[in-house]
Design a protein around this ligand. Sequence first.
Ligand code: ADP
Length: 247
Amino acid sequence: ATATVTGLETRGLAKAFGGVRAVDGADVTFHHGKVNALIGPNGSGKTTFFNCVTGMIKPDTGTVTYDGRDITGKAPHRIARAGIGRSFQLCRIFPRMTVLENVLAAVRPPSVPLLLASARHKGDIDRARELLTRVGIEHLESVEARDLSYGQQKLLELAGVLMADPETIMLDEPAGGVNPALIDRIAGLVRSLNAEGRTFIVVEHNMDLVMSLSDHVVVFDRGRPICEGPPSVVQNDPRVLEAYLGI
Ligand code: ADP
């Protein structure tokens, strides 16, 4: 009998755009309980990989399984329901809605008027406030999202992701464009959420952050992993240097 892998696994995953093989036969396993990082030079296929896994785009070939269940090509809401949440490189927020409304919109379409919704979903509002407190922006709940700093918007997006209570959280460049104080806060949140049992898969360019935060690093080059292991091992692997320098 084959043992079922607990966590997220891809086998032979591939996606091409015209002649560009963005993801090119990727076999990757991200185990539960860990902070996993996915790194690699620009254009190595990390975002396309995220999009294939979360159902934003359908892979051409290959499989994605979660705890042994096939989720290949399923719609994003079904993948979310399976327990995988994700953030986006450029935040997915509604700029003219308040911070609180944005967190609520993560579980309900924004077309539902908040007043109407609030009568029905008092529990959601309590939970949204709890999560805003957790990420440290509860004092901004009535502010329009467009008036937040970029780092605060990232925290808002994370609160929205947490509304669905995902077991696995995929973060696309959580520290990109964020000031150092807020990077520390985001890192602290990842650590504490992981200590509570949530699994992370993080695409990030800030190497200091990747190396200090992750248990397991997968390095992509040309659409597939070329090296993986703990940060100390990956950091010293000549293939990684080669991929980044493009020699
Ligand atoms: P990364 O996230 O590692 O920077 P991407 O997944 O964004 O890499 O891109 C991988 C390759 O696929 C790049 O060559 C990129 O130009 C190409 N690519 C990504 N998305 C598209 C698209 N929608 N149409 C055409 N080419 C794309």
